[in-house]
Design a protein around this ligand. Structure first.
Ligand code: TMP
Length: 201
């Protein structure tokens, strides 16, 4: 089983993933917890490039998209595919839906570019995706409390509104795969809502 977690900044993905990880391990499952961009040493280096704020040169939108997919190709080959082949459960903090939400809906890149990459470089889609949804101001406040903001977190409110509507479009398009969790609830309530979906699978 391959499960991904999505949402805008500060919606509580990390807390939920850790709780689900602990829950599945308690059930005796072998679980791999990983993230994108990142998940392998090389993909984590690409992540640093993507998230760091460079005042000398701004990153082009196409570069951003291609780096996301370079990291993803490495991650799929080195971590996700081997784990799934061994029958392990993979919990992945973000996957291709983030590329649609951030690079297409947020940055305005065409869906054709994304589809080209997905068709050629993504061997596998999650069986199940949790979308943690909350108004942008709630998440941004939480992200700010965590400290220095990365290159994405420094984006304007209007950018995240577009990202959120991108996720909503995906949720409407893939209701079987993507489950919306109300991230304005307490962490306990979000976890309970997620478990109810997982137990029904
Ligand atoms: P994180 O803060 O959830 O770890 O994610 C890092 C940032 O990368 C986050 O702001 C969303 C962004 N991102 C994209 O823009 N496109 C992608 O395909 C992925 C996986 C992440």
């Amino acid at each position: 089983m391959f499960i991904s977690f999505e949402g805008t900044e500060g919606v509580g993905k990390t807390t939920l993933i850790q709780r689900i990880y602990a829950h599945l391990e308690q059930q005796g499952k072998q679980v791999v917890l990983t993230r994108e961009p990142g998940g392998t040493p090389m993909a984590e280096q690409i992540r640093s490039l993507l998230l760091s704020v460079n005042h000398e040169e701004s990153m082009c939108n196409d570069t951003e998209l291609l780096l996301m997919y370079a990291a993803r190709a490495q991650h799929l080959a080195q971590v996700i595919e081997p784990a799934l082949t061994q029958g392990q459960t993979v919990l992945c903090d973000r996957f291709t839906d983030a590329s649609f939400a951030y690079q297409c809906a947020g940055r305005g890149l065409s869906q054709e570019k994304l589809e080209l990459l997905n068709d050629n470089f993504v061997s596998r889609m999650p069986n199940f995706t949790f979308w943690l949804d909350a108004p942008i101001d709630i998440g941004m406040n939480r992200a700010r409390e965590r400290g220095a903001l990365d290159r994405f977190e420094q984006e304007k409110f209007s950018f995240f509104e577009k990202v959120r509507s991108g996720y909503e479009q995906l949720w409407q398009k893939y209701p079987e795969r993507i489950k919306r969790l109300d991230a304005t609830q307490t962490p306990d309530q979000v976890f309970a809502q997620a478990l109810a979906y997982l137990d029904a699978v």
